[in-house]
Write a protein that binds this ligand. Sequence first.
Ligand SMILES: Cc1cc2nc3c(=O)[nH]c(=O)nc-3n(C[C@H](O)[C@H](O)[C@H](O)COP(=O)(O)O)c2cc1C
Length: 355
Amino acid sequence: MKWPRTDLCDLFGIEHPILLAPMSGATTPALVAAVSNAGGLGGHGCTTFSGVAFREQVAAIRSASNRPFHVNFFAHVDPPKDGQAGPAMRAMLQDLWNENGLGVLPAAEASWPTFGNELLEAVLETRPAVVSFHFGMPEASVIAAIKQAGCILLCSATTVAEAVALEAAGVDAVIAQGAEAGGHRGTFLGDVMGGTVGTMVLVPQIAWAVNIPVIAAGGIMDGRGIAAAFALGASGVQLGTAFLSCPEASVSEDQRAALLAACTRDTPTLVTKGVSGRPARGLSNRLLTSVVQLEDQAAPFPMQNALTRQLSGLGDPDLAVMWAGAGAGASRAMPASELMATLIDETQTALVGLT
Ligand SMILES: Cc1cc2nc3c(=O)[nH]c(=O)nc-3n(C[C@H](O)[C@H](O)[C@H](O)COP(=O)(O)O)c2cc1C
């Protein structure tokens, strides 16, 4: 396959400029290795890991692949200790807890900190080829240390201003995350609800504004979407939702079934900060439609998770948090290597068909 732009492949040392989106809780070493072995760039969501667990995950990926991959962390500002959900949000969630015999709603608290020294040491020791951040970048000394270790740096932008700031901070390529994207919006400058521009609008504007390669993300599910991203000025794509229905992904059977059933109907997804404290897109169900109405009363990210996690763990599809993008209805169940081969073939066909 001859790609229209190869700067990203050259940067990473890969054959196909298709990135597996790092998805905390959903990506696995097997999925990461399968995408990298197929010539793309596997990505692993590592934000909730301890340093020890991170080292184990990197070792597991390396035992299954000797190709480059990327590891991803959240670089959010830690919340104030006394940040709590508002009374109406707590009352509504307490009703859901009562209905399910979960007892008294606890105080909101953060179950993991932002990227700090423990994970930094583990990154510097293991030196993955590529390191990516979400919710902005860590402080300059941390960026310098990671670059000095020889890692390539990526970060998501949801606005042109963010992309320009990331280029100035020294990232090697920018991920343009459009509003269709599943999971958390990476917005880090200004209003967190402000970064809601769609992929088709965001990618060309960011491609104009920066001189580093642009990776399009959000709603890309097949080769037609990949070809479109190149037409808009991207040098590569990052797909998350499309890989959730691969057998190597760690998703509940309910989420897998919901994604695949989605092919036969419209699949409503919605963005709310009511689940975690930051805006994120997931499959619409009772939990998401309930919290979205009171989302201004959510505890700060990631503390709100402490109020919704137990509900999500009940195994009830109406109450489970199933992060997914607006393209969920185009999900296909196939092993990651087969999905990669299909995406590459489809892109070629789409590119040829346009000429
Ligand atoms: C289940 C799920 C979990 C995600 N977790 C992360 C994460 O941990 N770190 C991150 O940078 N992005 C995360 N994202 C966002 C992706 O990086 C990417 O922006 C998004 O998947 C692209 O849109 P798409 O899902 O429509 O392909 C997640 C997305 C999903 C669907």
